[in-house]
Design a protein around this ligand. Structure first.
Ligand code: SF4
Length: 251
């Protein structure tokens, strides 16, 4: 099958993004399923469960397949781990877990302790626990799907397109194609879908967690606070990306 990755250059990806800019997330996921055999969903164990739900429906309709992976950083909440298992069972799909390299974690903890990110920023720890495993998770695919939304982070995600090339990852010098089907959806629309279709969700959301990441770097937010305020709250808002979406910082 010819893929967008090999057949489209950056200009054509932009045209595809423009064509799909106002499409429903299900239609964007259908486009990804139709064009890519090696397609995976990056599932964080939070609201992006909507992607798994939509992809399951669209894949059944189109008779296509997809993969799902999550990054087990070793610092996730127990509730998140339970939830990931629940999603596996609910949709009857494998969710591949990628763990950090044990030697790198051991060196970091030996030299800087367990909470170095509070002293010198989250970049080093996220690099070891998230970015390096992400590279392995994406090593053998042509495209991936993320749950990024524009309303998640005015500082870093306000302009993300529904599809883009990600030069940070890819194989044979070809950048990966990255779909962001929820880019245009608000948090309210995501929750409307979750409730309307009885989609399982992480119980931490009922405890005030809007955005969910690693336990030591995520807190519940107060009413009126932006969801990203619950992540790395000791750092500047413009730096609140963990390296998985570093392209957002470059835009
Ligand atoms: S979110 Fe926090 S604990 Fe998790 S990888 Fe990043 S710095 Fe480390």
């Amino acid at each position: 099958m010819t893929t967008i990755a090999s057949a489209f250059d950056a200009t054509q990806i932009e045209a595809t993004a423009a064509r799909l800019a106002r499409s429903h997330p299900a239609d964007i996921i259908a486009e990804a399923l139709t064009h890519f055999d090696q397609l995976t969903i990056s599932f964080s164990g939070a609201e992006d469960v909507v992607l798994v739900d939509l992809a399951s429906r669209e894949a059944a309709r189109l008779d296509r397949t997809f993969q799902v992976f999550s990054l087990d950083t070793g610092r996730l909440h127990p509730e998140t781990l339970e939830f990931i298992q629940r999603v596996r069972d609910h949709y009857d799909i494998p969710i591949e877990a990628y763990f950090p390299q044990s030697e790198a974690v051991e060196t970091l903890v030996r030299e800087k302790g367990l909470f170095s990110f509070r002293a010198d920023g989250h970049g080093e720890c996220c690099g070891i626990r998230k970015v390096e495993p992400l590279g392995r998770a994406l090593a053998d695919v042509d495209a991936y799907i993320t749950g990024q939304r524009r309303d998640q982070s005015p500082g870093t995600r306000a302009e993300i397109p529904v599809v883009q090339l990600d030069p940070g990852f890819g194989r044979d010098a070809n950048p990966l194609v990255k779909f962001n089907p929820l880019a245009n959806w608000t948090s309210a629309q995501v929750w409307q879908h979750i409730m309307a279709y009885n989609v399982p969700y992480n119980p931490l959301h009922d405890q005030g967690f809007k955005s969910i990441g690693c336990a030591p770097c995520t807190r519940a937010t107060h009413p009126g606070e932006h969801e990203r305020a619950g992540r790395w709250w000791w750092e500047e808002a413009t730096q609140k990306e963990c390296g998985l979406h570093s392209i957002n910082l470059e835009r």
